[in-house]
Design a protein around this ligand. Structure first.
Ligand code: Y43
Ligand code: MG
Length: 197
């Protein structure tokens, strides 16, 4: 079976990718599966594209192999696009999902129902030695709930209700999430490239 390295240390993303790549007959491993620990790549970019490229190219250079990286986050209109590229570190550098989503809920307390629109954004970058890096962006539109609901998924899933659904992302099964998610959507756009692997 083909094997792909995803330059992530996020267990939730790694799980999403495992299922997403299964149907292409590709096995995925993440940085958490490597025997030698790899230093965190500093996410100094101002955009998802910059950060995804930074992660993919840094790890691809270090290991001299093709690498896929994902930079993603939640953009909330009422908060002028925050947390955006700072989604992972919104409530502090320790990257705590629980604290991050409660910070968002607190900031959204005053937002009326019609002003709770938001979107998940995912940019995937493929870096290969000696070749130009490819990036693709996927989005999933929805609204921010008033409390966390559901226990599946990770990150902001419990407070995000995708458009056209009465459930939060954290109430969907992993495959239901992948069908509509920003990550699934971005990977669809890489389809031709994935097929060529
Ligand atoms: O499907 C998702 N469902 C819920 N939350 C999500 C999702 N996708 C991204 N998110 C949130 C989690 C984290 O707060 C941030 C990603 O930040 P981001 O820097 O890309 O990832 P990360 O630091 O957790 O792992 P890494 O950089 O090693 O891939 O957006
Ligand atoms: Mg990160």
């Amino acid at each position: 079976m083909k094997k792909w390295l995803i330059a992530t240390k996020n267990k939730g993303k790694a799980k999403d990718f495992k299922l997403l790549f299964e149907k292409h007959g590709i096995e995925v491993i993440s940085l958490l599966d490597l025997e030698e620990p790899i230093e965190d790549v500093e996410e100094t970019g101002m955009t998802f594209e910059e950060n995804a490229t930074l992660k993919a190219e840094t790890i691809s250079k270090k290991l001299a192999m093709p690498v896929l990286a994902d930079d993603s986050g939640l953009e909330i209109d009422f908060l002028d696009g925050r947390p955006g590229v700072y989604s992972a570190r919104y409530a502090g550098e320790d990257k705590n999902d629980h604290n991050n989503l409660h910070k968002v809920l607190t900031e959204m307390k005053r937002a009326p129902d019609e002003k709770r629109t938001a979107r998940f954004v995912c940019v995937l970058a493929v870096a290969r030695p000696g070749k130009e890096t490819i990036t693709k962006r996927g989005i999933c539109e929805g609204t921010i709930t008033r409390e966390p609901i559901g226990t599946n998924g990770f990150g902001y899933d419990p407070i995000f209700q995708p458009n056209g659904m009465t459930k939060t992302m954290a109430e969907l099964s992993p495959s239901e999430k992948n069908n509509i998610s920003h990550r699934g959507n971005a990977l669809d756009k890489l389809e031709n490239w994935v097929k060529g692997q």
